[in-house]
Write a protein that binds this ligand. Sequence first.
Ligand code: IPE
Ligand code: IPE
Ligand code: MG
Length: 237
Amino acid sequence: MNTSALPRHVAIIMDGNGRWAKKNALRVALGHRKGVEALRAIIRESSDIGIEALSLYAFSTENWRRSPEEVEALMGLLLEYFTNEIDELDENRVCIRILGDKDGMPEKQREALIKAEERTKNNTGLKLNIAINYGSRAELARAARILAEKAVRGEIRPGDITEQALADELYTKGLPDVDLLIRTSGEMRLSNFLLYQCAYAEFVFPTVLWPDFDLAAYHEALDAFGSRDRRFGGRKT
Ligand code: IPE
Ligand code: IPE
Ligand code: MG
């Protein structure tokens, strides 16, 4: 792996748990459980190789449309994850930030998310952003609302609403833009993830299902990023 051209900010749409379960004749909840296992190794590796920020799509605002059984299984896993992993993440100086509407989460999960953020907020290692009850459009509408409220209160003028002012009201405030977006399972869409932050991201779409996404697959994606020619609209010579 060429570490000289590492992305600062990697975003991952962890997709394919359902298909993995089906392929292995297992219940969907077991696919999600296996997905959490894959996650552990990717977080550790990101931390070890010096990725600055890692943003993971764990649950979208649209995922509430799934069956009550599947939603319940996902909520259970989430709680389990934050209970079991928090010590190790904290020891590794990982700083956790939740992207999304925590108030729309069930009480226990909401408390666990707030606690994880609170406990790790001063950590100086990997910035681990976990998108839960997250939708990019909702995030942008929320930012617009916050700015409008400030304007109504007379704190800002419409002319103060710059790209930076908008970015500062997103959940990702202060983070660099996404450099590399990985979506597993072969689907090639954003599904309402980090639309604003991915303006100049490089996209990689490995066909492997998320529970099978291992370090070799991660390195392959990072290598693909390293070989991209990023121009940001400009022209080199
Ligand atoms: C992604 O896997 C995990 C979540 C959306 C929580 P899926 O459950 O979407 O897997 P597929 O797309 O059905 O295979
Ligand atoms: C996106 O995957 C959300 C997460 C991975 C958490 P989905 O499986 O929900 O997206 P669609 O429905 O295929 O677009
Ligand atoms: Mg899916």
